[in-house]
Design a protein around this ligand. Structure first.
Ligand SMILES: [Fe+2]
Ligand SMILES: [Fe+2]
Length: 481
């Protein structure tokens, strides 16, 4: 079997030669029933018997990895898929720069690697849990299908991390694999490991914001892990990135369709002031100021996922060759960073100010900056939709100091423009800057299911981009009676 083809003969589709690796195959087979239990109890609520038009990977080469067809979700072929091995790949950064990549775990980095894999692994099932109630209020079958596609793929990403744990980390790996099925998003006693993955995703607007902003954090983390000197991790992450792109597409196009529908409805009704929230809401669409507040929330929660700006853990993972920077190989420097500096935004005399810090300890800050630049592009595209409709409004990303729980700005209150304010001011203006209870109630009131073929809820425009060349009135989900 070559690297590009997936073996479907074992119970677990894979391109890692599981049929010849009895120990790992057995470990995964033992984990499988618990996984299916988790999927049935914590995966999408309802619709498990429905036929969903899903893509399944049949190969990891650019042409072969997406085969579309109707599948019942519990019968989805979750598998273990790694991007092809690159001949002669060497470590691109850190103290081992230039050495051949590792195909097994370097003993001295075992604990650090295990932590990286477990943290990444924990986010995957968490988002499935967060999104499990959304099928019932899907604004169309197209959207429902996209939700379920993301859910099965996040679950496959869990498989990807569990494979690494089972194959390379022995008894510890088995235990961690079990724990990944035991933690629960938002659970007081056994929460998921990272903050944003314990927040609720109560409605479809939150879902689109989450897939735009939080899946994009996932992309940045996977990009840096794809640089890893531990080759199995790199290959796993490279394949996961191909799937991740779809998740961010769903977020970006979802928000774009909401923006478009709002502007259309305003134009039809002759409303020119986007800040006249009451008038816009009478049209049954999402007013733009509320969209801005939702963006403020999801962006700030996602920034916290990058950890502290200054981090010795991040420096150690970089120097060890385990986790690189975004586009590491394209960066024009020595990739060791012994003497380099990087400008870090810090609070100096009560003002966010750039301060040069050793680049090694500022790895998180750099990744977060790359994330911000990436996230800003979609916001600009949303603004083009607004401008084209002739509406006078601009969505923006808030300042990174706004509404933070972690890092340099975790302990202060700041306005969306980054100016530091006192706690009372923040409380008073909270509902201007972040979604209020009232906003949440309003969004909730729009969430009626629209499950007829080719129909779309009133608050969202029909998509422009088809799935697998299928038009918008294709029956993306055949809902079981
Ligand atoms: Fe994922
Ligand atoms: Fe994702």
């Amino acid at each position: 079997m070559n690297d590009l083809n997936v073996n479907y003969d074992t119970s677990i589709p894979n391109n890692v030669g599981l049929a010849d690796d009895k120990r790992v195959l057995k470990a995964l087979e033992q984990w499988h029933p618990g996984y299916l239990d988790w999927w049935k109890t914590m995966g999408p609520e309802g619709f498990q018997e429905s036929l969903v038009y899903l893509r399944t990977a049949v190969g990891v080469d650019p042409k072969g990895w997406a085969q579309f067809g109707y599948v019942r979700m519990p019968e989805y072929r979750w598998g273990v898929l790694l991007a092809p091995q690159e001949e002669g790949r060497t470590i691109a950064f850190g103290n081992h720069k230039g050495e051949p990549v590792w195909h097994d775990i370097p003993g001295e980095y075992r604990a650090m690697l295990r932590r990286l894999v477990v943290i990444q692994g924990d986010t995957e099932p968490a988002s499935v849990e967060q999104q499990r109630h959304l099928g019932a209020t899907a604004p169309s079958l197209y959207d429902m299908r996209n939700l379920f596609q993301i859910n099965v793929e996040e679950a496959r990403h869990l498989w990807a991390m569990v494979y690494l744990l089972q194959k390379y980390f022995g008894k510890d790996g088995r235990e961690e694999s079990g724990e990944l099925l035991r933690r629960r998003s938002g659970d007081m006693d056994k929460p998921r490991m990272l903050g944003a993955f314990n927040e609720a995703t109560p409605d479809w607007l939150s879902f689109f914001m989450f897939t735009y902003f939080t899946d994009r954090d996932g992309k940045m983390q996977l990009e840096s892990l794809a640089q890893s000197g531990f080759d199995p991790l790199s290959r796993t992450c490279r394949f996961m990135l191909t799937e991740e792109a779809h998740h961010m597409f769903v977020g970006e196009s979802g928000i774009s369709r909401v923006v478009q529908r709002t502007c259309e409805a305003m134009n039809e009704a002759g409303i020119t002031d986007p800040h006249d929230v009451e008038a816009v809401r009478k049209l049954g669409v999402v007013d733009l100021p509320t969209l801005q507040k939702k963006a403020n929330l999801h962006y700030s929660l996602s920034l916290d996922l990058f950890g502290s700006e200054i981090s010795t853990n991040a420096a150690n993972a970089f120097s060890a060759g385990l986790k690189g920077r975004y586009n590491e190989t394209k960066i024009d420097d020595d990739h060791v960073l012994t003497d380099a500096t990087y400008p870090v935004l810090k609070l100096v005399d009560g003002k966010p100010t750039l301060v040069d810090e050793p680049a090694l300890t500022a790895i998180n800050m750099r990744l977060r900056d790359d994330y911000t630049a990436d996230a800003a592009k979609g916001v600009e595209r949303w603004n083009k939709v607004i401008a084209k409709a002739g509406v006078d409004f601009k969505l923006t990303l808030p300042h990174v100091a706004f509404h933070r729980a972690i890092g340099e700005f975790g302990g202060i209150d700041a306005a969306p423009d980054g100016s530091v304010v006192d706690g009372d001011t923040f409380k008073q203006r909270h509902d201007e800057w972040l979604p209020s209870r009232d906003d949440g109630d309003y969004i909730h009131s729009l969430m009626h299911p629209c499950h007829e073929k080719g129909a779309y809820a009133d608050w969202i425009a029909a998509p422009k981009v088809p799935i697998d060349n299928k038009p918008g009135d294709f029956e993306f989900v055949q809902i079981a009676a």
